[in-house]
Design a protein around this ligand. Structure first.
Ligand code: URA
Length: 194
């Protein structure tokens, strides 16, 4: 039977499966509409998220909120989770062993929410979802299919804050997301599923 988000969060409570438990303030499970059409997947909580127990509430999150509008989306409509649920010290990259022990929770979240579209933010989320070693630069800007999901890899918002040349590409990708959603909704209405 598919676990609910509440079941998964209860399983994660007090997690000590990797060393990040020693330095985290809070486990950052995920937030949003449990029946979201779109699931956004980031890398790992940063400082603000570790303190506030919610994904993307720092500077990258503020930027993400402005981009969502380009796709015709609001934070309330979507769900956001991360590959890692605990903050790596000094925001270092996730270690492979941490990804291995933490991603079963993400897989369960994907099953529970059962979205149409997965938006992977940055290399770590994209590599995990598409099971590829390819980098985000070569994968963004196109819709990929995995299982029954459409996957749209997008630069991580924090990377685009540091490198302004990525801004226009980010905006293009959020507009592409908006068109993808419109198309999927129109197809559902045609099939009488909406
Ligand atoms: N960066 C991420 O990848 N996730 C967050 O929740 C915040 C910043």
């Amino acid at each position: 039977m598919t676990k609910t988000l509440t079941d998964i969060q209860a399983e994660l409570a007090g997690c000590r499966r990797c060393e990040l438990c020693e330095t985290r303030t809070n486990i950052v499970f995920g937030v949003g509409n449990p029946q979201a059409e779109v699931l956004f997947i980031g890398e790992a909580p940063g400082k603000q998220e570790d303190l506030g127990a919610e994904p993307f509430i720092g500077a990258a999150g503020q930027y993400l909120n402005t981009l969502l509008a380009l796709a015709g989306l609001t934070r309330e409509e979507i769900y956001i989770a991360n590959v890692l649920k605990c903050r790596p010290p000094l925001n270092r990259d996730p270690h492979p062993s941490e990804i291995e022990v933490c991603t079963p929770y993400l897989r369960d979240q994907v099953r529970a929410i059962n979205p149409d579209v997965l938006v992977t933010l940055g290399n770590f989320a994209t590599r995990f979802i598409l099971q590829t070693d390819r980098g985000i630069t070569g994968l963004r800007g196109q819709i990929h299919l995995t299982g029954r999901f459409s996957v749209l890899p997008i630069f991580h918002p924090a990377a685009a804050i540091y490198d302004h040349s990525k801004g226009p590409l980010m905006e293009d990708d959020f507009r592409l997301l908006g068109r993808l959603l419109e198309k999927r909704r129109a197809e559902k209405t045609e099939r009488g599923l909406a």
